[in-house]
Structures are given as C-alpha cells and as structure tokens.
Design a protein around this ligand. Structure first.
Ligand code: MLT
Ligand code: MN
Length: 310
C-alpha cells in the first residue's frame, strides 16, 4: 500500500496567510529547518495508480500540481484523474473545501459520516459536484467498507470509527453547553487496509483524547498518523495568536501527561507520525528542543510529500 502526505499542516497551513507569529514569520523568511506546509490531507493507493484521498484540503489544487501521481495519465483521454474516491474525517474547513477543486465534471465517489454528509448536503455550493458524476456514499461506522472508486474497486477497505472530538467550528452551537452540540460522527478515525496484503494503518487527524476503546484499537498497530495540532495546550494563547486552548478546539496536544506522546507510550505502535500540525507548533522546527523531544519519544513529524509504503 502506498501512502503520501499531501498536506501536513492544520487549518491555515504553514505559514498562515495572515499570521505574523514567530513560527509563520520564520518559515516565511526561509529559515533553515522550517519547511512550508499545506493543509491536512493524505493520499493512499493499493496499486500506485488509482488513488483515494483522505480529506480534501483548501490547498488541493496546489497539492495535485505538486504530485505527478495525481496528474491525468499521459495516455488518458481529454478529461481524466487518478483520484478515484475521497473520504472525509470531519466537516472542518481544512478537510472539505478541496472538494470544490474537484468539480469540472470529473467522476469520483465521496464517502463521509452521516453527520458530515448532512453538512455537505445542506450547503448548495457543493452541488458543483454534479451528482451524475459524484456519488455521495454514507460511511457507516464500525464496518469494513470496500472502497469503490470511479473506475471500480480500489483494493482498499476503510473501517471508520468515532473518536473524541468537536463539531466543526462553523457548526458550534453555544446553547448546547460544553460540547457545542457535538455528536457521534462529527470526528472520525479511519483504519485503512490493503485487501491484497492485509497491511493496515490508522489515520486520526483530529482527536481530543485517547480513551480506552481507542487505545485498545491502536494497540500494536504498524502505523498511525495522529493529530499533531499543538505541542502544548495553551501555545496559541501563550504566543498571543488566539484565546483558544487545544482542548477548546477538540485537539489533544503532543506534550504533557494528557498528551499524545504519553498516551501512546504503552501502545506498541511501530510507527507514529504526526499530521495536522498547527503553524504555532514549535515541533515544526527541525532544530527545536520540542522536535528533539518528539523524536526521542519515537514520533515522526510529517512533511508535505512524505511517502510511506506498507
Ligand atoms: C480544527 O482542526 O480545529 C479546525 O480545522 C479549525 C478551523 O476550522 O480553523
Ligand atoms: Mn483542522
């Protein structure tokens, strides 16, 4: 199974267009050890020819242009794309807006939880994905689903499951109390399996906590891509960028007793890779003490274009 990180940053990307915070300013200045990153998405394929996108970021057009595997095959007709299907893990802007780049009458299949599909269905701008070409398929939770693409079976199965998280920012309902009206299906994780080889990995770009069911699920996994939004819960507040903590945004941090490095310590996951990394996160700097801490804990920090074969 072939996996490529299209975009390793969280919402806003790195640098973020309107951000003059230390990290964004440094990457904009071209400082060594800091690489620009686009917004959150992976691509996966069983045969390195037919690809499934995991999330569709606002930077998808640039990501396709930077990724020859996603160009129309030279021998193909006038309209063609190796993108067979798209699977969404939540309704966040950084994960759905790239769908708009996939208009122009191209056929593919779109999979999302009922909650996220309801949001897409309620927003008429997504009707640019003509239903004659783009079939919307509800992604049932806790089932193995063989992913069919525009030209047939992809050889990939998806097992989707609910994870602790928060409803998309633009859907928050303050009247609903502490969880802003979050329901099951608002934030999901995926287990992606190559049907032929049986190899599997997990993709969880947003997660508020590793609870007991999630820990059990991930125990012994070969590879997990996990929420790397923040290094510390209050870093956006500390850097003067926002009044929000990671907890308020539905993201657990890398560090600290409640962080992901601690949560994974006993899970025996062979390869742990952070994705969805916010532009405030000091671990984005290859030469930072935070990066050293992350590396020493056995984690990798993903970058755009990172490829893994399982
Ligand atoms: C998130 O991951 O928390 C969201 O993408 C934030 C946002 O909508 O900007
Ligand atoms: Mn996000």
């Amino acid at each position: 199974m072939h996996i490529k990180v299209l975009g390793s940053a969280a919402g806003g990307g790195f640098p973020q267009w309107n951000c003059n915070g230390t990290m964004s300013a440094r990457v904009r200045a071209g400082e060594a050890g800091l690489a620009p990153r686009t917004q959150s998405s992976l691509m996966v394929s069983a045969d390195a020819t037919h690809w499934v996108l995991l999330n569709a970021s606002p930077d998808l057009r640039q990501q396709i242009n930077d990724t020859p595997q996603l160009w129309p095959a030279k021998t193909a007709g006038l309209r063609s794309s190796p993108i067979e299907a798209v699977i969404l893990t939540n309704g966040d802007v950084d994960h759905i807006i790239g769908l708009i780049n996939l208009r122009e009458g191209q056929a593919f299949k779109l999979y999302a939880s009922d909650r996220v599909m309801t949001t897409l269905n309620a927003n008429s701008v997504f009707n640019v994905l003509n239903s004659d070409h783009v079939e919307r398929r509800p992604l049932a939770m806790d089932q193995d689903i063989a992913i069919e693409g525009a030209s047939g079976q992809t050889g990939i199965t998806i097992h989707a499951f609910d994870v602790p998280g928060k409803v998309a920012l633009y859907l928050e309902d303050a009247s609903k109390g502490e969880n802003f009206g979050t329901q099951a299906g608002d934030t999901i994780g995926l287990k992606i399996t190559d049907i032929n080889t049986g190899k599997a990995f997990y993709y969880i770009p947003g997660c508020a906590t590793v609870d007991a069911p999630l820990a059990k699920r991930l125990q012994g996994a070969d590879l997990v891509f996990f929420d790397g939004t923040l290094f510390t819960d209050t870093e956006m507040i500390d850097q003067g960028l926002s009044h929000k903590s990671g907890k308020r945004m539905g993201h657990m941090s890398m560090s600290g007793p409640e962080g992901s490095m601690a949560a994974f310590e006993k899970l025996d996951v062979k390869r742990r890779v952070y994705v969805h990394i916010n532009n405030s996160n000091p671990a984005l700097d290859d030469n930072s003490p935070e990066r050293t801490e992350v590396t020493n804990a056995g984690w990798e920090v993903s970058f755009d274009g990172m490829e893994i074969t399982l």
